[in-house]
Design a protein around this ligand. Structure first.
Ligand code: NIG
Ligand code: FE
Length: 394
């Protein structure tokens, strides 16, 4: 086990066997395994493949018009209240074919893969009826077969109230629980269930109904909580042993303690914080004090975080939230894996785990959080095979 800053192993070697890491350690101690292919990474820094554990990267259209309005002072909540915001992406996503959604999502996923993201999560939540949620989740599954990526599909049917259920929020939650979740789980399309707990979305009581149903179906939960106000959704998530609670700007110390006790990961999303020009900071010191694992993700979505780079989020988590570059990297690897329920197979370079790693031609690991976006020279290995980007195409 490596120790110290970043758990660095100097002058290391990695043995892979198929898709797994067979051995990792100092090069001088490499076991003799006879004939094998040797790849000299020429002194590159090797990290686990990056993990983007919170994205909404399947969607139709874009919301650059709302961006312009928000710059004029109109708030996210105001735009939502008059039928814009998430609802406008729901319209565009319902209108789009599965193929069109796949093409645009593939381009975004490929951009992430190029910068070293080998695992990502994709949420539904812009379909909001059975056929359209299924269409989105099927695109997430298709991404995993079309690209060398591990994709976790999260059902976020409880993201917003669709127009056909206007003023009937409880009826919509019943539809989610009684119809959508059982059907989508039966289709094998759901790795986790998420909801948006907020005054512009669903109450803690409504979220609890969704969580109970997910539990009955044997699917883990996560939650968008405390993004715009404090409803103690993160404590609720902890009660249901959620994999993660995400956003968290308005969480209280009691929420932090509840998450610590449950082992729920805090996923911080600096892209949404920045885009919404939020001023309430997530309680990073309290999270550290109570040893809540902190993950960092892009929240890639057309409204609050059109963030096409996870590395940019590492930088923003340092500059905006005062994480250290080491915490930021842990947030996009080991803790992100845990936020997806993948802690035993992903997120660190250890014997038996997936051979997903990135060799970076950089001088110091802090550079991963230092450069503002752009392409850092790297080689990406996923499941033991180096990715040939020339072959995958643009
Ligand atoms: O994570 N908070 C709710 N959901 C997304 C926003 C989605 C949207 O605005 O389209 C988020 O920020
Ligand atoms: Fe989100």
């Amino acid at each position: 086990m490596a120790r110290g800053e970043y758990s660095i192993i100097e002058d290391a070697a990695i043995l892979t066997d198929g898709a797994r890491i067979a051995w990792i350690g100092p090069r001088g101690a490499t076991p003799d395994i006879g004939e094998c292919e040797v790849v000299d990474l020429q002194g590159a820094w090797v990290t686990p493949g990056l993990i983007d554990c919170h994205t909404h990267l399947v969607f139709g259209g874009d919301r650059s018009g709302e961006f312009e309005e928000r710059l004029q002072g109109v708030s996210y909540a105001d735009i939502a209240a008059r039928g814009g915001g998430i609802a406008s992406t729901v319209r565009a996503t319902r209108e789009a074919s599965g193929d069109a959604l796949f093409d645009s999502a593939r381009t975004r996923a490929l951009g992430l893969l190029r910068e070293g993201v080998t695992t990502l999560e994709v949420k539904s939540g812009y379909g909001l009826d059975l056929a359209n949620e299924r269409k989105m989740l099927a695109v997430a599954r298709r991404l995993a077969s079309a690209l060398p990526l591990t994709v976790r599909a999260t059902c976020l049917a409880a993201h917003a109230l669709p127009p056909e259920y206007a003023k009937r929020t409880d009826d919509y939650i019943a539809y989610v629980c009684d119809d959508m979740l059982p059907a989508l789980v039966a289709d094998g399309l759901v790795d986790a269930v998420d909801a948006f707990c907020e005054h512009i979305a669903f109450s803690p009581q409504q979220v609890e109904r969704v969580f109970r149903r997910a539990g009955e179906l044997g699917v883990p939960v996560k939650l968008h909580a405390e993004q715009l106000s404090s409803l103690h959704g993160s404590s609720l998530a902890a009660r249901y042993r959620a994999l993660s609670a995400d956003h968290l700007e308005y969480m209280t110390e009691e929420d932090v303690i509840a998450m610590a006790q449950a082992g729920t990961v805090a996923v911080l999303l600096p892209g949404a914080f920045y885009m919404l020009r939020e001023t309430q900071l997530p309680p990073v010191d309290a999270l550290r004090r109570h040893r809540v694992p902190i993950a960092i993700a892009s929240d890639l979505n057309p409204g609050t975080s059109p963030a096409l780079s996870l590395r940019m989020m590492l930088n923003m988590s340092c500059t905006l939230f005062r994480l250290t570059p080491e915490e930021a990297l842990a947030g996009a690897t080991v803790h992100a894996a845990r936020a997806l329920g993948l802690a035993s197979t992903h997120g660190t370079l250890e014997e038996g785990k997936m051979a997903d790693f990135v060799a970076w031609k950089i001088g110091r690991p802090a550079e991963l959080a230092y450069w503002l976006g752009g392409a850092l020279p790297n080689r990406v290995v996923r499941g033991g095979a180096e990715i040939d980007f020339g072959h995958i195409g643009a």
